[in-house]
Design a protein around this ligand. Structure first.
Ligand code: M6R
Length: 598
């Protein structure tokens, strides 16, 4: 939620770096955007709307060679999207400008205190208390660095904060429970909520930890802890190039990322399959200390991957349960020192998931992060990490990260249940090609055209395909803004069947021809008998095609990997419906990719 960026240096003007950085962070929020330049007085420009509104409002003369600045792209929490609520915010004398990602828990108390002291607020945001606090410490004669630290000491909650002061070529920053990463360039230093903001300039980074402060000047970066002692930081090198964060000729990041799935899955599998033994090899995982049952915690799409994995664990003899992270509390779910809690989160920053993982840590349980982002909060909070290696995903709708989570969790389930099967390894090896075959031959676009004006879309599937149905519906509603619901196929007749009509296509995932397929075909017939269009997502092994109006084909496989290929078909249907409807596909209304508030 919200993206922040900062720059100080001599190789270029701050405005260009900040605007370019914000354009890479818009996936984190796009209600409004703003920049503050220290040149040498503080210049603030901010605007409600997407970044393009700010760019058009910037005076030409501003695009100069300012030495330092900060920028922000907002996802509103306190106060509607407006020019006034956009960041940066300043103190009354405009000596300091501040951007913030997160929630200030005690902001009302601080606001009351500052108001009583005679401060007038310009916005409804929680953030604005910070520059006013800093201003009050400056009044007391503190230096910029001291005033920044004193203000942060008063703030409770989750935050990544950056500030610039008049006449000071320095960017100040602090982090607690919201991501912040520093970039070390040749002639300049960067900070941002996420690496894509500056990967064009440098791949050398330092991840800040909770409670740490950073001071970026043109010639150095100093990181200190909450007591002010200098921290011995680790410089990491990011293995992406800036090309990976572009659209590569696709109209939308989402479509590009759907098409990147074969590559993402190959990366996820690389070095992790053991052909001869039929087992898998996951770095550090076999050394973990744990006992069943396994609890998986996750939100949204990641929860669907977790639900898919929980079933697989159970199939392979390990009790496991998936929880919505926002519903998970260690008081209700008794955790002990030998419990294993797996946080599934592509961003590694989702507040609900992070809270659940921190509670598990406090209970002394073993925690494992299954994440895409190296150095993310989840990766650093958990005892162990399993990276899904999907590469950067910019579209707000999760696509390739879901497929990579499914595969990574299959590997995890095989490893922890000691499930050895050469057939499984062979099948995993072919998944990237199966996904490629779906991408090459999909009829999703024509189906989307036919049903783009439907009243609602329903998705059904059983067992491993139930999470696919849930995910198909989430993707559809998220990017088309149309009503969509996913059900366990057997549940349809227990209520939702009342909703079906000739204007509500039902997508049914049916693979193989065993008893599970037979039962879902029964549900398809119930729908068909009510003149409701059915689109079967199938490998053609059963005769479900006879009862369906259309078929979306997936390659024959076990029920497990078809959960990946069937989902790709459904991703494409949602994408093309949204495209037909002219929706903002990469930045759906009201959403953000990284949800760092509970
Ligand atoms: O970063 P996470 O995987 O923890 O995000 C959890 C959800 O916010 C996320 O999966 C969301 O549902 C998707 N962006 C929807 O496409």
């Amino acid at each position: 939620m919200c993206g922040i960026v900062g720059y100080v240096g001599t190789d270029q003007g701050a405005t260009d770096v900040l605007l370019e950085g914000l354009s890479q962070l818009e996936y984190r929020g796009y209600d409004s955007a703003g920049v503050a330049l220290a040149d040498p007085s503080i210049e603030v420009h901010k605007k409600a709307g997407e970044l393009s509104s700010l760019e058009s409002a910037l005076p030409e003369s501003q695009l100069g060679d300012e030495p330092a600045g900060i920028g922000h792209t907002r996802w509103s929490t306190h106060g509607a999207p407006s020019d006034a609520n956009a960041h940066p915010h300043t103190d009354e004398l405009e000596r300091v400008a501040v951007v913030h990602n997160g929630i200030i828990g005690n902001y009302q108390e601080l606001r009351d205190e500052l108001t009583t002291a005679g401060i007038e607020f310009d916005s409804e945001t929680d953030t604005e208390v910070i520059p006013h606090l800093i201003g009050s410490f400056l009044e007391q004669g503190q230096t910029n660095a001291e005033a920044f630290r004193s203000a942060i000491d008063r703030v409770e909650g989750s935050y990544a904060i950056a500030a610039v002061f008049e006449g000071d070529e320095t960017v100040y920053a602090a982090r607690n429970e919201s991501p912040l990463v520093l970039g070390l360039g040749e002639n300049g230093y960067y900070l941002a909520s996420d690496v894509p903001a500056f990967i064009e300039y440098t791949d050398r980074v330092i991840y800040l930890d909770d409670g740490e402060f950073a001071r970026l000047t043109p010639d150095r970066v100093v990181v200190t802890d909450d007591t002010g002692d200098v921290v011995d930081t680790t410089i990491e090198t990011i293995a992406w190039d800036s090309e990976e964060t572009g659209k590569s000729g696709y109209d939308h990041y989402m479509l590009k990322e759907i098409h990147e799935q074969p590559t993402a899955l190959r990366q996820c599998l690389r070095g992790r399959l053991e052909e001869l033994s039929g087992g898998v090899s996951l770095e550090n995982i076999d050394e973990m200390d744990w006992n069943p049952p396994i609890r998986l915690v996750a939100c949204g799409t990641s929860y669907h991957a977790a639900a898919f994995a929980a079933r697989l664990f159970r199939d392979w003899g390990v009790p496991a349960q998936a929880f919505l992270a926002s519903e998970f509390t260690a008081t209700e779910i008794p955790l002990s020192a030998d419990s294993l809690v797996v946080g599934v989160t592509q961003s590694g920053e989702t507040a609900d998931t992070m809270r659940a993982l921190r509670e598990a840590n406090r209970a002394g349980s073993t925690t494992l992060a299954v994440t895409n982002v190296v150095g993310s909060s989840a990766a650093r909070t958990c005892d162990e990490v399993l990276y899904i290696r999907a590469g950067p995903e910019i579209g707000v709708a999760a696509t390739k990260t879901f497929a990579s989570q499914q595969v990574a969790l299959m590997l995890l389930a095989a490893e922890l249940s000691n499930h050895r099967s050469r057939e499984l390894i062979r099948e995993l090896r072919t998944v990237p090609d199966q996904v490629q075959a779906v991408l090459d031959n999909s009829r999703a676009k024509e189906i989307a055209t036919e049903y783009r004006n439907a009243d609602a879309y329903f998705f059904i599937g059983r067992k491993h395909h139930r999470p696919v149905a849930l995910e198909g519906a989430l993707k559809m509603k998220e990017i088309t803004y149309k009503h969509a619901e996913g059900f366990a196929a057997g549940e349809l007749k227990h209520g939702p069947l009342a909703l079906v009509s000739e204007k509500t296509p039902v997508f049914a995932v049916v693979t193989g021809d065993g008893p599970i397929a037979e039962k879902t075909i029964g549900n398809v017939k119930e729908v068909e008998a009510r003149d409701t269009p059915v689109i079967a997502v199938t490998d053609g092994v059963s005769d479900v095609g006879r009862y369906a109006d259309h078929v979306l084909e997936v390659p024959p496989s076990t029920g497990i990997t078809s959960a990946i290929t069937a989902n790709v078909q459904l991703q494409l249907v949602s994408y093309w419906v949204a495209n037909e409807l002219g929706r903002s596909i990469d930045k759906p209304r009201h959403l953000a990719k990284s949800v760092t508030v509970e």
